[in-house]
Design a protein around this ligand. Structure first.
Ligand SMILES: NC(=O)c1ccc[n+]([C@@H]2O[C@H](COP(=O)([O-])OP(=O)(O)OC[C@H]3O[C@@H](n4cnc5c(N)ncnc54)[C@H](O)[C@@H]3O)[C@@H](O)[C@H]2O)c1
Length: 253
């Protein structure tokens, strides 16, 4: 019996916000599976160091900077990726802005910033890469959702709304782009020990305590999304589109 094909050889993968956390773990995985990857991040020095580490291990990576709150950066990012590595075959819309603000204190400016970064930037960057995918009749798009997108969260209303939008966009584009053999899926993490949660998950005791609220008994690690990402970006996932896959240790069950 032949095992499923998880290779990403010959593909160009652009992962936004990938100098750290879940994005970095997925980018490293795609590189290990043979893709040339763009480590994109607002922190260009960190992105450059991670790209260099992938190259030192025999992979292929470049680093690109740019702030996802600026929509013009989406066009630049797609163009610079094409110039350096070729058209984007795999897009992982991973970067997001997350602000904890009680509902009545959330200002239009702050909410606009989050919705720009988390929804409009994702939409624009996707528009930039889809035409070449359509021409090739092959493409893989992953949007990062969140457990907050399903549950809602009045302490981070704009963020939660933006993640609900990722699930909706995924369903719409999953159907719309299926005829071009482009799959679009949403990976929705639960509660992960990453940089954005550094103030909350500040020590091992807090991390262990947090794990008690998760059916599988622990907080997520950045690499917990790697398997799903590889499945969705390789031939093994060819027949999966328009789905939200929750990687949350059972929190949403
Ligand atoms: N960590 C969690 O518990 C969790 C839960 C659900 C969903 N998610 C989602 O998973 C994705 C990855 O989250 P993470 O926890 O790995 O994040 P993280 O905070 O570890 O890393 C995010 C990266 O994005 C970069 N970044 C921040 N602002 C940026 C900007 N304006 N422009 C460009 N890059 C910017 C940061 O420098 C950082 O390297 C996000 O979409 C997040 O919403 C995370």
């Amino acid at each position: 019996m032949q095992l499923p094909d998880f290779s990403c050889k010959g593909r160009v993968a652009l992962v936004t916000g990938s100098a750290r956390g879940i994005g970095l773990a997925m980018a490293r995985t795609l590189a290990a599976a043979g893709a040339a990857v763009v480590i994109h991040d607002i922190e260009i020095d960190l992105a450059a160091a991670e790209a260099a580490a992938i190259n030192a291990q025999g992979g292929r990576a470049i680093a690109l900077g740019g702030d996802v709150t600026d929509l013009a950066v989406a066009d630049e990012l797609a163009a610079r990726t094409k110039q350096a590595l070729g058209d984007t075959d795999i897009l992982i819309n991973n970067a997001s802005i997350q602000r904890h603000t009680p509902f009545l204190e959330a200002t239009p400016e702050d909410m606009t910033r989050q919705l720009n970064a988390n929804v409009l930037f994702v939409t624009r960057l996707t528009q930039c890469v889809v035409p070449a995918m359509e021409q090739k009749r092959w493409g893989r798009i992953i949007n990062l959702g969140s457990i907050q997108g399903r549950n809602g969260n009045a302490s981070m209303p704009a963020y939660a709304m933006s993640k609900a939008a990722m699930e909706n966009l995924t369903r719409a584009l999953g159907r719309h782009l299926a005829t071009s053999n482009i799959t679009v899926n949403c990976v929705a993490p639960g509660w992960f020990n990453t940089y954005r949660n550094r103030d909350h998950l500040k020590d091992q005791a807090t991390i262990d305590e947090g794990g008690k609220h998760v059916p599988l008994g622990r907080i997520g690690r950045p690499e917990d999304c790697n398997g799903v990402a590889l499945l969705l970006c390789s031939a093994a996932g060819d027949y999966i589109t328009g789905q939200t896959i929750r990687v949350d240790g059972g929190m949403s069950a």
